[in-house]
Design a protein around this ligand. Structure first.
Ligand code: HEC
Length: 131
């Protein structure tokens, strides 16, 4: 009886050890996959995003303050001619962090870096608004 239990116990420990190693191997594999982006400090500009979802968000959510045609409202206009003074990365930083002390909220809890970067590029190019 005790012998059988002992053996099962050892086998179980061995099995657990194998599973743990597998987990570590899987974690390492995905860690390596993710590493290049992290190491290069990727701002997500190379990641795919859900463009219809984000286009809608800009018009509806950003538009609720910046105007549905982004000509301004509670917030300033966001058409390309209004953003000449801001490079894409500065626009992304404003969207990410918001403007403290103003109504402009930080969007980082809601949007991924690649989504913020995509929106910033669209604002610069005017791709989301009618002329
Ligand atoms: C609740 C209102 C509100 C919402 C929603 C909002 N903003 Fe703003 N935003 C503001 C205000 C107010 C400012 C001006 C802040 C200041 O005083 O500089 C601003 C400023 C900005 C600026 C800087 C413009 C400049 O010329 O300095 C950008 C870019 C911007 N918002 C983008 C966005 C985007 C993109 C969204 C949607 C993801 C968004 N905002 C949603 C209120 C809002």
């Amino acid at each position: 009886m005790s012998v059988t239990l002992g053996r099962t116990g050892r086998l179980n420990t061995f099995w657990l050890e194998v599973q743990k190693r597998k987990l570590v191997a899987i974690a390492l594999f995905f860690g390596l996959l993710a590493a290049p982006g992290t190491l290069l400090g990727s701002d997500g500009s190379d990641q795919p995003v859900d463009e219809p979802y984000l286009s809608n968000l800009v018009v509806q959510d950003c538009g609720s303050c910046h105007g549905l045609t982004l000509r301004g409202g509670l917030g300033p206009p966001l058409r390309p001619e209004n953003l000449d003074h801001l490079p894409v990365d500065a626009i992304a930083a404003i969207i990410r962090e918001g403007v403290p002390g103003s109504a402009m909220p930080p969007w980082k809890p809601l949007l991924a870096p690649e989504e913020i970067h995509w929106i910033s590029r669209q604002l610069k190019s005017g791709a989301l608004i009618s002329p």
